[in-house]
Ligand binder design. Structure first.
Ligand code: SF4
Length: 262
């Protein structure tokens, strides 16, 4: 079971704990999901393509200009939508256009990017600098769990992603977004899995971490949410100096996004 795709370029605003009233910008397709991952918890169902009929930079420009012709209150402009925004072959051009429109109509509104990190090594730092809040996905610290949870449909390893995230984090503050789940007999938040994850976070040195559990519905039936209590414990491990099983104390500011309805 899955939720419907965004059928427009501009959608929302969506209420987000971190981003407030966030106006979504879907630069992928309005009819299909285009992603490099096939995460077991994806609300849009199974990924079939990592490429397809992307909307054009001019269509994005027009849609956003139309929004600002009759604006409503928003706190952020966020690249997100039906998959992985950075897969758009004209991502750089679109970011520039969105920044120009933002600068013209709403210079105080920050631009955010929600990315699954798979394309991090191909992104231009010049383009990323135009994005005020850079949020990248990291759900685990081992290749094995990466293949089980994110199930990439392109040729990419977690090692390459970590390398790219480290490089980006040395250049500017980045946020890491992590979803903690259990699936079958496994999970990505206990013992070895947690330790491996924390060690990777320690390497990347993000400015901020956002953790949450899956919202229903998800792509695969055996994926389970973790409790809010467990999320609070994980927050302590990441941020406060919890006497946890790992010595990889991070003290990175961390925020929980509780599951829907909380
Ligand atoms: S990266 Fe996002 S859109 Fe892509 S499969 Fe995972 S959850 Fe779905």
């Amino acid at each position: 079971m899955s939720i419907p795709l965004k059928n427009n370029i501009i959608y929302g605003p969506v209420n987000s704990k971190r981003l407030g009233r966030s106006l979504g910008i879907n630069i992928l397709s309005t009819t299909e999901k285009i992603c490099s991952f096939n995460c077991i918890y994806c609300q849009y169902g199974i990924t079939k393509n990592s490429s397809g009929s992307f909307v054009s930079p001019e269509e994005v420009e027009e849609a956003l200009s139309n929004f600002f012709a009759n604006p409503i209150r928003i706190d952020y402009l966020t690249f997100s939508g039906n998959g992985e925004p950075t897969l758009h072959p004209e991502f750089d051009k679109i970011v520039k256009k969105v920044k120009n429109i933002r600068d013209k109509y709403a210079p105080s509104i920050p631009i955010a990017l929600l990315s699954n990190s798979s394309n991090i090594n191909n992104l231009s730092f010049k383009t990323l600098e135009m994005v005020d809040i850079k949020i990248f996905k990291l759900d685990c610290g081992s290749e094995e769990l990466f293949l089980k949870i994110n199930r990439p449909i392109i040729n990419i390893s977690l090692k390459e992603i970590i390398k790219g995230l480290k490089r980006a984090s040395q250049k500017f503050p980045i946020t890491i977004q992590t979803i903690f789940i259990s699936f079958g007999e496994e999970n990505n938040y206990e013992k070895k899995a947690l330790k491996e994850y924390l060690l990777k976070i320690k390497e990347i040195k993000p400015a901020f971490i956002q953790i949450y559990s899956a919202d229903r519905p998800v792509a695969q039936n055996n994926v389970n949410l973790i409790s809010d209590e467990k999320l609070k414990e994980l927050e302590k491990v990441i941020y406060k100096k919890s006497k946890s099983l790992t010595r990889a104390y991070l003290n990175v500011p961390c925020e929980i996004r509780f599951s829907k309805g909380k």
